[in-house]
Write a protein that binds this ligand. Structure first.
Ligand SMILES: Cc1ncc(COP(=O)(O)O)c(C=O)c1O
Length: 405
């Protein structure tokens, strides 16, 4: 059909597909509970809404510089100073259409065909596909001890002559694991020693629990000059509940940012002027919404974990942050795709199969919805999976009768 090799190698985004499936079922009137989502349900900050509306009302909505408007770069510079204790120049910053685009453009600027991008497993679904878009190869590293917390030795063992970059996402989508300060120190030191790019995907860095504080990778960098290959990724999607605004950014050395800007300039140009204004207002405005989201998520996590522990066959590691929990359902079904489909077909609960993130037998369950969604969703899952559960379950007016197990 004349489709390129790279084009053919890219799979569809499983998480986006699940959102679509949930929306279609809801439209049909099915009582779907979406425990597979990746976005907070709180409102975007009022400052952001007012700023966006102000620019819209002016009617003067134009192209923006390929690397973002100066006001947004300034807001990112201030953010970098606050969270990374580092003063950077505008030339060290690029704003993109979501953190996703910042990562993609960074990889296009860094990776040659055949080179390798290393990341710990379980990993965010897009990393392997993004590497493939560059003609490069994603290499997932499983912690040898079977936990969600990789050790530097695990990474070291997989680094070879083709390795060009490492990407670290902590706290991690999908496990919620926040890697230790020691691990971050080790990986920064290792990448500096081996002259590898280290991309820190910090998109969830403020959504952490139990009194944890965000870890600043720059604290461990010896090279703080323009030859540093440390790249920081962040954005407004998760912390400000602004997923649909599509604004993210990268902070890195000037040469890399210049190349990223050239690529982005031909790809999409600068992000939407309206949405950049909104992001500036979110970053510079009242920050209480972030803390309120964080505490809501922590409470949701506690409720979810308590409910999951009531299953006989589920093993769960308490997430340190994010809004995802990665639970081991192998006692019920070793095939996570089949199990996820079963839960959707039988009780209309959306979960994400772990095999998509490099770990079969697990399900990703999100806790960014309401407490009611979490409790009802888990109750339905328990009913579907527990052989000792009563034979019938009412969902609204609908009576479900178990015809399996
Ligand atoms: C680990 C990780 N990195 C990056 C992103 C991209 O975020 P954005 O909405 O800013 O593109 C996501 C979104 O789900 C994510 O989970």
């Amino acid at each position: 059909m004349g489709i390129s090799l790279i084009g053919r190698s890219i799979g569809e985004s499983v998480t986006l597909k699940l959102n679509e499936t949930a929306a279609i079922l809801r439209e049909k009137g099915d009582p779907v509970i979406h425990l597979g989502g990746g976005e907070p349900k709180s409102r975007a900050p009022i400052d952001a809404l007012v700023a966006a509306a102000g620019l819209l009302n002016s009617g003067e909505i134009r192209y923006t510089p390929a690397d973002g408007i100066p006001a947004l770069k300034q807001a990112i510079i201030r953010y970098t100073e606050e969270y990374y204790d580092r003063v950077v120049a505008p030339e060290n910053v690029i704003a993109s259409g979501g953190a996703k685009q910042s990562i993609m453009v960074a990889l296009q600027a860094i990776l040659n065909p055949q080179e390798e991008l290393i990341y710990p497993a379980p990993y965010w679904v897009s990393y392997p596909e993004m590497a493939k878009i560059c003609g490069a190869k994603g290499v997932a590293v499983h912690a040898e001890d079977g936990t969600f917390y990789p050790r530097i030795q695990d990474i070291e063992q997989r680094v070879g002559s083709y390795t060009k970059a490492v990407i670290i996402n902590s706290p991690n989508n999908h496990t919620g694991a926040m890697y230790s300060e020691q691990f971050i120190a080790d990986i920064v030191e290792f990448c500096e020693r081996r002259d590898l790019y280290l991309i820190m995907d910090d998109i969830y860095h403020r959504l952490i629990f139990d009194g944890r504080k965000p870890i600043n990778c720059w604290d461990y960098a010896k090279n703080k000059t323009e030859t540093s290959k440390l790249v920081i990724i962040n954005g407004v999607s998760k912390q400000y509940a602004m997923t649909g605004f599509r604004i993210g950014w990268a902070v890195g050395n000037k040469k890399l940012i210049e190349v990223m800007t050239n690529i982005q300039g031909h790809q999409t140009s600068g992000p939407s002027a309206v949405l950049q204004r909104a992001a500036v207002a979110a970053l510079n405005g009242l920050q209480s919404g972030v803390e309120s989201l964080r505490t809501t998520l922590e409470n949701n996590r506690n409720v979810l974990i308590a409910r999951l522990k009531s299953f006989d066959g589920v093993h769960v590691t308490k997430p340190d942050g994010t809004f995802y929990c990665f639970a081991d359902f192998r006692n019920y079904n070793k095939d996570s795709t089949a199990l996820s489909k079963f839960l959707l077909d039988k009780v209309w609960v959306v979960t994400v199969p772990g095999v998509e993130f490099g770990l079969e037998g697990y399900l990703r369950i999100s806790f960014c919805g309401t407490i009611k969604d979490i409790t009802s969703g888990i109750e339905r899952m328990k009913w579907a999976l527990d052989p000792n559960a009563p034979n019938e379950l009412y969902i609204g007016e609908r009576k479900l009768v178990r015809d399996w197990m």
